[in-house]
Every structure is written in structure tokens, then in C-alpha cells.
Write a protein that binds this ligand. Structure first.
Ligand code: ADP
Length: 730
């Protein structure tokens, strides 16, 4: 089927697709069209990675909009929202508008109602629904990307409940669910009342196999001679062979540190294969990387990139990630060593894929655990660039013959696992039951169970008693903590319950915060950081060896400051959790004491991306704490606000006023302060030369700062920087 034969799309769109090289529909795309995806029919498309699922979604959304509706595209990762929105912005020339919404959970996002396509994470959609966004009722098409993630312990239940709620609110909603190939796509289709496109077709052949000894062994029984390199590295051997054929390799490893180490080692292979032009272009990319930040990670990455290799993991700054992805797509970087995050979503096809580590550390399960078949197949799916490579090739690495056989059985010949709902896990149910009651989706126990009956969980379980049982436990918890009231059969949320649901925090976090705030009239900043760090919504820092002693000592030293009482040292688990929260709180304290990000990263053994993550989570939870304190009429709301602002800006208290001015930030605020400018009034009255000196002579910056603070004449023309102000830097 040709794209030009499709009807019901906005004028000009088919030509646009043609210009992108999309003229003939791929077979799974044609199947989706036959199933009615352009006529408003719901479809579950279970198709291998990189086989054109996005295009199926685009057809659904564009035809829905052409019929006068609006579309919502749910992305699995925040980082992907921007990327997807940019892709869809290509349709703006045909009169469509695109809106992307991430970040702050509580906002209502009314402006989104005027957009044709909205891109959001499932958490964001869930929160918008909780906050009563009206535009939801006008949706006609919703796309759920990577819907197999309903299986994810942490994030799956939100996606599942969100889809169920959207379907309940909009009766004829078209649902297009895109999935990697999974074992039970038919169950997903049943759940969503959708037609099923279940295909293993790929635009480019994929050969999979295992490397062991001196050869690569393939799924079709063939072998290719490929001795390990002189140092015994199988990965390096594959990389070398691929470089000789002028191709690129993606190497999946199981930790950030391993990704960094592998990139360093493999850059010894790539460096000898670069042309002069490539070397020059890579030097430019490396400079851009160094410009992003002045950290060890940044400089390691730049060093590797200069030699044609790179690493990629979730601890990297976003700009670093983008630079690596682009350089790899431009075929400048020849090898990327990545953690599995890269396999999900980001479009970075490569001639060869090596899955070097097939086990990964899992704290909950204890020790090293094998990756899921689904994940490994997604990594495999990155092999082969249509139109560029003759075929894609994906290899696992085995150390001995037995391991080779195991890997063939476990990953090459195996079917991916079925997707299973994780909704019955308690934290998930706790959160979603409260939200369902607070938003009025359910007003009695019966209607609550009826709603839960429309979830994947219910469609997958034969034991409806079990769902009723856990639901009752959860209701008891919510009632005991004054989030829900029961009057006979009727259920309603209390004012605190409504607030907790809108704030988008786990009710257990809210209960912890409320108890902590009630216990301490004048909390210190550290006490508050600790309070939010010990809630289930904060992913705490690990205690490494030696940390236990250090933080036990600190805990006793600062015991007075904790909101609530410290558990006994003999209560092992609770005490350990307390210390992990303290380590997290200490990181936040150091951040607000204006320590440099590099030093923090080094001291706590984390990446700059992690510091950002902790800071953002703390800011969100402290914001929630501030609202809860206000709602409960607690006097300490002011302390909480200050603590939140300090985390937001990363400064000591005396800089709060200055750091809040746009374009100032923590470092500039400190320099201004040192130059005698202590608040906004000082800033307005200051000598321009002092301001200019404090921003190290950057005129544009100085002007915009003065403008933001309401200066009547911010112009810096003819002003000379006062060097004394710049001299005393960090
Ligand atoms: P998936 O979402 O399945 O991982 P994508 O939608 O990212 O895969 O598609 C992978 C690549 O294939 C994209 O670069 C896309 O432009 C291209 N593509 C999709 N459909 C077609 C088609 N019918 N003809 C040619 N190229 C296509």
C-alpha cells in the first residue's frame, strides 16, 4: 500500500512523508490501516523496535485531527517528550499545533486544550486528570508508546490506570497502543478492545547470535571466524571488525561505570580508524561537550569522543546525551557504550549491537539478575540501519561453551515474556485508589471495584476476591490516615486527601510528612531535607561501605534536628533507611551550602544528572510539604518554604532574594553578594560597573538581569566592568 493512497489525512502530509522517504507502507503499517487505524479504530501494534511504529501513531493522530478531534501521545520517559514533540512539530506547517507538558505535577495545563497534539508522560496525564483538566473530555485519540511498560513495577500502574480512566471518561476514545514484541499482545488488545497487529517483520534483516571463543555463532547455525583481540577482548574484536567495514557498534553494558570504562578502552580501537575530517569534526563535538559542564564525566566523555567513542547513560546531562546521540547518528562516533536506557526509545540504529552484560545488579531481588528477554530483544532491535547497512547483527558474548548454549536458549530462541499488570502492588494501589475517590471516579466501594475491573489487572486475574481484598486493605489505610472518609457505603476524600491526590505524592509520603511536621515546631533545613528524603517518593542514596559509621555518627550529632524520632540502632532495616535518607539529606544540605556540583558528584559518588534528580524531587516534595503544612494550619510552613527555595536555587538563605531573579542563579548571586549587592533593591541601585564585573563582563547577561529586576535603564553600553567584583570568584 502506498502512502499517497491513504485518505483522510491533512492536505500536504503525504508529500511531507514522501520527502522523508516514507512512500510505501511497511507491512505492519498496512495491517494497522486495514484494521482501521485511520478511521478511529483502536489498535494494539506489537511490532519489533525500529519497524515504524511511530508512523502508525502519526496516521492515527493526523486522521483524528482531520476529523476535528485532538490527540494525546503518552511517552514512557520524560526525556522522550521533547524529542517526540519535535518530531510532530514537522506537522505545524499543515496548520497543526503541538504542545508538550512535563515537569510540575500540579499545574492544570488549560492552555493544552487549544493544541491538536499533546505530548506527555503518563504521570503528567494522570495528574492533569486529577486536577480536573477539561480538555481531556475532548480527546478523540490517545497513543500509548511502549505500552508493554505497564509491566514496570514502578511506573506501570500509573499508565494502566491512566488508560483506564481516559477510556472511562471518553467513551469512544480511539486507543493506539504501541508495544515491543511481547508474549501476550492479544491480552493487551482484549483489555483495550482493540484490533491486534502482531508482527515480527523488520525493515532490515536481523541476525542474532553469540560470540564465543574465536567465532560468532548465529541463529541459523552458521559461524564466522572472529578471534578475540590480543588482550582477549571479545567486544574489541567485534568493534574492530565492524570498523574495518566502516560500520558502527552499540555496546550494552550493565552499569554507568562499565559504560565509561568500555568507552575509554574502545576509543583505543576507534582512534586509528578516523579520517582527518572526522577527527576535526569530533574535536568540535568534544569542545561542545566540555562547554556543557566542567566535570570529570564531561572531560572523560570529551576525551573519548575525540577518539571516536562515547558512553551514554542516565547520569549524563541532557545536553551531553543529545550530543552523543547526534554524533553517533552522523557516523562520527563509531562506538557507543551504553546502559540499557538507550535501548528504550532513543532512535540510534547501528550496524552491530553487542550485548556484553546480560546480568545486572538488582537490589530488590538481591545480586545479579538476568535481563528480561524483552529488554535484550529491544537492544537487538537497534541493529541495522535501513538503507545503510546490508543487515543488522546483534551478538551476546559467552565465556564458555555452556554459557553460549544458555544464551541461545535464554535469549536467541526464547519468546519475550508476557506483560503482567503490577497494579495489585500496594504503593500503586494506595495512590490510585485515593485519586480515584478524590476525582469522583468512584464514590462507593462498589463503584471503586467496578472501575478497577476495567484495568488490565482485572482482565488478567481470575481471582477477583484478591483485588477486593487488597483494595479493602488500602481503604483501611487511607481512612486511618484521614485521607478518606467512609459513611456507610459512601466514600469521599477529606480535604487533606484531595490535596495529597492533587500534589501527586504517595499517601504514605504525605502521612510521613504530616507526622514529621507535627512533631517539630521549628524544623531546621536539614531536618526537613531528611523528612522528605525518607518518604517512599524519594529514591535514596545508597550507603556504601564505610558510610554506615560516618552517618551513624552524624545522626547522633544532629539528632535534635530530625522531625520525629530516630529508630533504634537495633532495628536494623529502619535504622539503615534512616541513614540512607540522612545521606540524601546531607547532599541536599551541601547543595544549599553552595558546594560545587563537581565536588558533590565526587563526594557522593553520583553523576550530575543524579544531583539534578534529587534536587528536583526534593523541591517537589518540599512544595507538597509546604502545602500540607498550610492546609493543616501548622506554623512551620514558613520554614518549609525557605527550605524549598534553598533547594530550588541551591543557595544559603541570604541569597534567596537574589537567586530568584531570572538569569542570576547560584554562582552569580554569590558574586553579586560578595560585591556588596545583597538583594533586589541593592541590585536596582547598584553601580552598573559592579554588576557587570560580577557577571564577568558579559554585557547581555548584565542587561537582562537589570531588566528582570525592573531597572529603568538597563543598558550597559559604555560601562566598564569593575574587575574587583569579578576577582573574588568561587
Ligand atoms: P519504532 O517506533 O517502531 O521503534 P520508528 O517509528 O522510530 O520505529 O521508525 C524507524 C525509522 O523508520 C524511522 O527513521 C522512520 O522514519 C522510518 N520509517 C517508518 N516507516 C517507514 C516507511 N513506511 N518507509 C520508510 N521508512 C519508514
Amino acid at each position: 500500500m502506498r502512502v499517497s493512497e491513504l485518505s483522510g489525512l491533512p492536505a500536504g502530509v503525504t508529500e511531507h512523508f514522501a520527502s522523508e522517504g516514507i512512500e510505501e507502507l511497511y507491512p505492519p503499517q498496512a495491517e494497522a490501516v486495514e484494521a482501521g487505524v485511520t478511521d478511529g479504530e483502536s489498535v494494539v501494534a506489537s511490532v519489533p523496535t525500529a519497524s515504524g511504529k511511530t508512523f502508525i501513531a502519526e496516521l492515527a493522530m493526523l486522521s483524528a485531527i482531520e476529523r476535528g478531534g485532538t490527540a494525546l501521545y503518552i511517552v514512557p520517559l520524560r526525556a522522550l517528550a521533547g524529542e517526540k514533540a519535535r518530531e510532530f512539530e514537522a506537522f505545524e506547517e499543515f496548520g497543526l499545533s503541538v504542545g508538550v507538558t512535563t515537569g510540575n505535577y500540579e499545574s492544570e495545563g488549560d492552555w493544552l486544550g487549544s493544541r491538536d497534539i499533546i505530548v506527555a508522560t503518563s504521570e503528567k496525564v494522570d495528574s492533569l486528570v486529577r486536577n480536573g483538566a477539561d480538555w481531556v473530555d475532548d480527546l478523540s485519540c490517545v497513543v500509548s508508546d511502549e505500552v508493554h511498560l505497564v509491566d514496570d513495577r514502578h511506573r506501570g500502574p500509573t499508565l494502566e490506570v491512566t488508560l483506564a480512566k481516559l477510556r472511562q471518561r471518553v467513551p469512544d476514545l480511539q486507543v493506539v497502543a504501541l508495544s515491543a514484541t511481547v508474549g501476550n499482545a492479544d491480552e493487551l488488545a482484549d483489555w483495550l478492545d482493540a484490533a491486534l497487529v502482531d508482527s515480527t517483520w523488520r525493515p532490515i534483516d536481523l541476525r542474532t547470535g553469540v560470540h564465543y571463543g574465536s567465532a560468532a555463532h548465529f541463529d541459523d547455525g552458521s559461524q564466522r571466524e572472529l578471534p578475540a583481540d590480543s588482550a582477549g577482548s571479545q567486544t574489541a574484536a567485534v568493534v574492530e571488525e565492524t570498523l574495518d567495514e566502516d560500520g558502527s557498534t552499540l555496546v550494552f553494558v550493565n552499569s554507568r561505570r562499565n559504560a565509561e570504562a568500555a568507552a575509554r578502552r574502545l576509543s583505543e580501537n576507534t582512534r586509528g580508524h578516523l579520517t582527518t575530517e572526522e577527527r576535526e569534526a569530533l574535536a568540535d563535538v568534544a569542545d561542545e561537550i566540555r562547554d556543557v559542564s566542567d566535570t570529570d564525566t564531561s572531560s572523560d566523555l570529551a576525551d573519548a569522543v575525540e577518539r571516536g567513542a562515547a558512553f551514554h547513560h542516565a547520569g549524563l546531562a541532557r545536553d551531553h546525551r543529545t550530543l552523543v546521540e547526534e554524533a553517533f547518528r552522523d557516523r562520527l562516533v563509531k562506538v557507543v557504550a551504553a546502559t540499557p536506557t538507550l535501548a528504550a526509545g532513543v532512535n540510534t540504529p547501528s550496524r552491530r549491537v553487542v550485548v556484553r552484560d546480560w546480568r545486572r545488579y538488582d537490589g530488590t531481588a538481591g545480586g545479579m539478575q538476568p535481563l528480561d528477554v524483552l529488554e535484550v530483544h529491544q537492544m537487538f532491535g537497534r541493529a541495522g540501519r535501513p538503507g545503510l547497512d546490508p543487515y543488522g547483527e546483534a551478538l551476546l558474548l559467552a565465556k564458555n561453551h555452556d554459557e553460549m548454549e544458555e544464551l541461545f536458549d535464554r535469549y536467541i530462541y526464547a519468546e519475550p515474556e508476557p506483560v503482567r499488570s503490577k497494579l495489585a502492588a500496594e504503593p500503586a494501589l494506595r495512590t490510585h485508589v485515593l485519586a480515584t475517590i478524590a476525582t469522583g471516579f468512584a464514590t462507593t466501594r462498589e463503584s471503586l471495584l467496578e472501575f478497577l475491573d476495567s484495568t488490565l489487572y482485572a482482565s488478567q486475574t481470575d481471582d477477583s476476591d484478591r483485588l477486593a481484598e487488597v483494595t479493602d486493605d488500602v481503604l483501611d489505610y487511607l481512612v486511618a490516615n484521614d485521607f478518606v472518609e467512609r459513611h456507610g457505603d459512601a466514600l469521599s476524600a477529606t480535604s487533606a486527601g484531595h490535596l495529597v491526590s492533587r500534589l501527586y505524592i504517595d499517601p504514605m509520603s504525605a502521612a510521613e510528612i504530616i507526622h514529621g511536621l507535627e512533631a517539630e515546631e521549628e524544623p531546621t533545613a536539614l531536618g526537613l531535607y531528611h523528612l522528605v528524603s525518607r518518604t517512599p517518593d524519594m529514591y535514596e542514596l545508597y550507603l556504601r561501605s564505610g558510610d554506615r559509621e560516618e552517618y551513624t555518627e552524624l545522626a547522633y550529632e544532629r539528632e535534635e534536628e530530625f522531625c520525629g524520632s530516630m529508630p533504634s540502632e537495633f532495628d536494623d532495616n529502619a535504622f539503615e533507611d534512616w541513614l540512607s535518607a540522612l545521606k540524601t539529606a546531607k547532599l541536599l544540605e551541601d547543595w544549599t551550602e553552595e558546594l560545587d556540583e563537581d565536588r558533590l558528584a565526587e563526594q557522593y559518588g553520583v553523576g550530575p544528572g543524579d544531583i539534578r534528580g534529587k534536587v528536583e524531587t526534593a523541591e517537589w516534595l518540599l512544595g507538597a510539604a509546604e502545602r500540607l503544612a498550610g492546609d493543616l494550619g501548622l506554623e512551620n510552613a514558613i520554614e518549609v518554604r525557605k527550605a524549598r527555595q534553598r533547594v530550588e536555587y541551591g543557595v544559603r538563605e541570604e541569597l534567596l532574594d537574589l537567586a530568584g531573579v531570572r538569569n542570576v542563579g547560584r554562582k552569580r548571586a554569590r558574586r553579586l553578594y560578595r560585591a556588596g549587592i545583597e538583594d533586589r533593591t541593592d541590585l536596582r541601585d547598584a553601580e552598573k560597573s559592579t554588576v557587570l564585573g560580577a557577571v564577568r563582563g558579559r554585557r547581555k547577561t548584565a542587561e537582562s538581569i537589570l531588566e528582570n529586576v525592573g531597572h529603568p535603564n538597563p543598558s550597559m553600553t559604555d560601562v566598564d566592568a569593575d574587575d574587583d567584583a569579578a576577582a573574588d570568584t568561587e
